[in-house]
Write a protein that binds this ligand. Structure first.
Ligand code: 5GP
Ligand code: MN
Length: 342
């Protein structure tokens, strides 16, 4: 764990400030929950806080309290830049390096003259003025709870804050089932429910909002599933054409990779999603046990993340990307075969 200048940060926040809070590109439940949870808390403490996101977040997150107040850097660029220039401090939540917000926003942030405060659970964070980094944490939302606790503010947690934080902890732990879920995570969740988070409603808002076309896209993804039992590996592909056929919308492929990982005996799963507009294949990796998909994504697919969940991208065709992927597996055969033994 890294705690850098944190006491100084809490002291700095004793005076009302203009603050911007930023999540990563393609924000997920943890990015949106943590930024908005922190915003609600800071606002209650007398600060003026604006959340900025690099781009759109999926439909199934549009109900999160405060989401309507978020500025998108790609669409509301003028407002976003104005908020940044007014601000005295920028919080970076749920990502570890500025490039994770995308090139446009990164260029703007690189010129930012005041300090950054990082709260994040990804590996190998860059250096910022204030840092709270802990790769053992289930989620950034759990860290925002800890931040509020360190600030002596647990009594300030109301239904809105509790709902935001519950959302990110739930989504980043695969509904409390990943190894990163500890008894402390459950204690925090219990406190958030006591403070007004409606667990059944939040779960339903996130997971029961499928469109018919999303289910058909899932059907296509499962049809495309390939299994490589000799490497305990399974992967899924989705071409641009298939996405178009089933009216793909952002967020539709969220969680699909987990179907590959749910196969008995599989310890390594991937999904390759063609994105013609960006000219890339976006990849998600998941693993069970000791096989680090963070390292795999870093070494071969220009990405990173966590030991058991990571992502990356490729600029060659979908077919060449999966061929490359398959050709790498023999190098990892021993690691893959023993991944889930412990
Ligand atoms: P997902 O597969 O859900 O998009 O991402 C899984 C994890 O990997 C997340 O923690 C995310 O932050 C990280 N991740 C996804 N894509 C990338 C990427 O292109 N680069 C890096 N460094 N991390 C990524
Ligand atoms: Mn996260």
């Amino acid at each position: 764990m890294i705690l850098k200048n944190f006491k100084e940060l809490l002291d700095y926040l004793k005076t009302p400030r203009n603050i911007v809070v930023i999540g990563h590109r393609n924000p997920d439940g943890d990015a949106l929950g943590s930024t908005l949870g922190l915003k609600h808390y800071l606002d209650k403490k007398g600060h003026k806080t604006q959340v900025l996101m690099p781009n759109e977040y999926p439909d199934f997150l549009h109900w999160v309290p405060g989401s309507k107040t978020v500025y998108r850097f790609d669409r509301q660029n003028k407002q976003s830049v104005r908020e940044l220039s007014k601000s005295e401090l920028v919080f970076l939540l749920d990502f570890n390096a500025l490039h994770r917000v995308g090139d446009d926003m990164k260029n703007t942030l690189e010129k930012y003259e005041n300090d950054f405060a990082l709260i994040d659970h990804h590996q190998q964070p860059d250096d910022f003025a204030y840092m709270y980094s802990d790769t053992g944490m289930s989620s950034t939302c759990q860290m925002v709870y800890n931040f509020i606790e360190m600030d002596g503010g647990l009594d300030e947690i109301d239904e809105n804050i509790a709902t935001c934080l519950y959302t990110g902890i739930m989504t980043d732990t695969g509904s409390f089932r990943f190894r990163s879920t500890t008894s402390k995570t459950h204690q925090i969740i219990a406190d958030l429910i006591d403070k007004g988070a409606k667990n059944d409603k939040i779960h339903s808002n996130i997971y029961d909002s499928n469109s018919y076309s999303r289910l058909l896209l899932l059907g296509q993804a499962l049809t495309n599933l390939e299994i490589l039992p000799e490497f305990k590996t399974a992967f899924i592909t989705l071409s641009q054409e298939e996405k178009d056929k089933f009216n793909y919308e952002k967020g539709d492929t969220e969680g699909v990779v987990n179907y590959a990982l749910s196969l008995k005996g599989i310890v390594f799963a991937a999904i390759f999603i063609e994105d013609k507009e960006q000219g890339i294949v976006k990849i998600s990796f998941r693993s069970k046990g000791s096989f680090s998909v963070n390292k795999f994504a870093r070494n071969h697919f220009n990405g990173g993340g966590h030991d058991n969940a990571s992502g990356g991208k490729s600029t060659v065709s979908l077919k060449d990307t999966t061929s490359n992927f398959i050709s790498l597996l023999p190098n990892y055969k021993q690691e893959l075969l023993k991944s889930y033994e412990e």
